[in-house]
Design a protein around this ligand. Structure first.
Ligand code: NAI
Ligand code: PYR
Ligand code: MG
Length: 623
């Protein structure tokens, strides 16, 4: 009996399923025939639509729909057909299969990024809990080196948009577009124009990945509330031929704007974001050197902004250079005696040179003569070799570091001398690379460094991502010797030197400063980010490592301590802003109260204002 009943139940369930399938087919058909005639009424706008799988069309939203639904700026500018969207999806899927055949490392890193990214989309609190608890393991995924790979493959990886896109096609619209962002308050913007992403060159609109990665560190390290961060991509075109010819590219397929047209776009963006959020801080990231310096000079006295590659990198390098002096068993005040060869004269290299020269000058008496004499401690080599005053069309930023011709000749050098020649002749204490050329510190260059007059030569292979590092720690320790200091921009593991000795591989990356610079600026309410505030941040990082650690060769903290060092850096920035009378206060902490705080109280104030990922209790209230 029960078997019979079960059969009846099963067959009626089957009939129901068949009927339902028939109904769905008919409905689908009637929808298909009506498509294009009857619009679908939606009761949502903006991000709510993009996050709704029923209505979301992603990059296929037309421009009129984007305007109608307040979506302008929330998607990359290139409008795609649904066929193109599927082609892009399939391309990515196939590429993953291809890469999986080639070897485990890259697809594994990308797969981890995807899993983390999905969690980021689903549950930010949980995402940041995971990131903070495992920062050592996952910073290399959300930040350098994997973020470089993510940017390179962004068209394929793009699923749900994050951040805002302002493009050259949005001129005249930005002031209203900025209101499409759903958050009432934004504390921190990281903006890029994609023109020099890490050492990977012009990646156009795909550079948004670096702004997202940097802001992940703002949340994880500085405790900036994730609801108040905004990654921004300013798409003014690209000069990357591959992207210009790629039908699946998500950005504007036109040559980069230049000159006044370019500046007009960036000006409009700055005006728009500072009009809506007057207290926001804007970090410029990975702009090609040509614009990095000009925009910094243009905005730094008007807006709360800084350029991470120029100023953040400079501070991190100074801290490391001072650490290298201490590691030689010498006092920091001996820094002006160091002979420093820098390979790379772009935004990062020049930023470091300017800051190092100023630091030396301060130690030598802080006057014109000191500043002039500090200049002779640097030898700068770029793609054309040693820079001397003989160089034609020398960049204005590099000019102050051009070697005098006679002096160079006396050292057996000339305009355009190769890096090996320079290292052989100068016998520097420090060899620092910000060239974006992987392997530039070849065996020959490192062999030449063995002639260094330093008791403990330092090698900074600071270019990113990993493949662009000027050398690996293995090469450095094995060729130059066990008694060196080594730092790199992207993480490497320590080197086993045998007999229980470890060759420390430090990560010399601006991530140790930018989160603290941003947080300190926010909490001080400083009107601008002064040289003094940046200097205070660098000095704080330099002083963070103990004497024992630097003697061991550890000149930067491990990333597991990034939240603590960021708190210290932020407190130093607040303190300096107060001393320079720039601090206007933050929320209920007004300028007067800030001035009353002592050093420990400032640290406490910073700590108490760092967001931690905890679920809040939610209560429903009608809008
Ligand atoms: N570790 C860190 O915190 C940071 C690292 N960087 C890295 O620094 C690198 C450079 O960045 P930017 O200065 O903005 O780039 P850039 O493109 O403006 O400058 C590169 C410089 O390297 C020079 N160069 C090229 N080939 C060379 C060669 N064979 N020998 C010597 N010099 C050579 C170029 O002439 C140019 O002066 C990138 O890889 C970037 O990822 C940048 C900022 C922070
Ligand atoms: C770290 C960084 O800012 C860069 O490589 O550009
Ligand atoms: Mg950068």
């Amino acid at each position: 009996m029960s078997v019979f009943c079960n059969q009846i139940r099963a067959s009626s369930a089957l009939v129901r399923r068949l009927k339902h399938a028939l109904f769905l087919t008919q409905t689908a058909r009637s929808f298909t025939t009506m498509e294009g005639h009857r619009p679908t009424i939606v009761h949502k706008r903006s991000l709510d639509i993009l996050h709704d799988p029923w209505f979301n069309k992603g990059t296929a939203f037309s421009m009129t729909e984007r305007d109608r639904l307040d979506l302008r700026g929330l998607l990359p500018p290139n409008i795609m057909s649904s066929d193109q969207q599927i082609e892009r999806f399939m391309f990515d899927l196939k590429r993953l299969e291809e890469q999986a055949k080639d070897g485990p490392s890259d697809p594994n890193a990308l797969a981890k990024w995807r899993i983390l990214n999905r969690l980021h989309d689903r549950n930010e609190t949980m995402y940041y809990k995971v990131l903070i608890a495992h920062i050592e393991e996952y910073a290399p995924i959300v930040y350098t080196p994997t973020v470089g790979l993510v940017c390179q493959n962004y068209s394929g990886l793009f699923r749900r948009p994050r951040g805002m896109y302002f493009s050259a096609a949005d001129r005249g619209e930005m002031m209203s577009m900025v209101y499409n962002w759903p958050a009432e308050q934004v504390d921190m913007i990281v903006v890029t124009d994609g023109s020099r992403i890490l050492g990977l060159g012009d990646l156009g609109v795909q550079g948004i990945g670096i702004a997202i990665g940097k802001l992940d560190l703002y949340v994880a390290a500085a405790g900036i509330n994730p609801q108040r961060v905004l990654p921004v991509m300013i798409d003014v075109g690209t000069n990357n031929d591959k992207l210009l010819n790629d039908p699946l590219y998500l950005g504007l397929q036109q040559d980069r704007l230049d000159g006044d047209e370019y500046i007009a776009v960036i000006d409009e963006f700055m005006e728009a974001v500072f009009t809506r959020w007057p207290h926001v801080i804007v970090q410029f990231e990975d702009f090609q050197s040509k614009w990095a310096f000009k925009l910094l000079q243009r905005y730094r006295n008007t807006y709360r902004m800084f350029n991470d590659d120029v100023q953040g990198t400079a501070g991190v390098a100074i801290a490391g250079l001072l650490g290298a002096v201490r590691a030689q068993g010498r006092p920091m005040i001996d820094f002006p005696k160091q002979k420093i060869v820098v390979a790379g004269a772009g935004s990062a290299g020049i930023g470091v040179l300017n800051a190092a020269r100023k630091t030396m000058a301060r130690m030598l008496g802080n006057n014109e003569i000191a500043f002039e004499s500090a200049r002779s401690q640097f030898w700068v080599v770029d793609a054309k070799g040693l820079i001397t005053e003989d160089r034609d069309n020398i960049d204005a930023e590099a000019q102050p570091f051009a070697r005098k011709v006679k002096e160079a000749n006396r050292q057996g050098l000339r305009e355009g001398s190769s890096l090996i020649e320079v290292v052989q002749q100068v016998k520097p204490d420090v060899l620092l690379g910000l060239s974006a050329v992987g392997g530039l510190f070849s065996k020959e260059v490192l062999e030449a460094l063995k002639g260094s007059t330093s008791t403990r030569p330092a090698i900074f292979a600071m270019s990113n991502p990993t493949t662009n590092a000027e050398c690996t720690p293995e090469d450095a320790f094995s060729v130059v010797g066990d008694n060196i200091i080594f730092a790199s921009g992207s993480p490497f593991t320590d080197v086993d030197l045998g007999n229980g000795h470890i060759g420390h591989s430090n990560q010399g990356n601006n991530m140790y400063l930018f989160p603290g610079i941003g947080l300190g600026t926010l909490l001080s309410g400083s009107r601008m980010i002064s040289d003094g505030m940046l200097q205070a941040a660098a000095e704080c990082l330099a002083a963070y490592m103990t004497e024992d650690e630097v003697v061991e060769g550890i000149i930067y903290p491990p990333i597991s301590r990034i939240r603590d060092i960021t708190k210290e850096v932020a407190a130093a920035v607040v303190q300096e802003a107060i001393e320079e009378d720039l601090a206007e206060g933050y929320r209920e902490m007004d300028a007067r109260e800030l001035r009353r705080l002592d050093e420990e109280e400032i640290k406490e104030y910073v700590k108490n204002n760092m967001w931690t990922p905890e679920y809040p209790t939610l209560v429903y209230k009608k809008a």
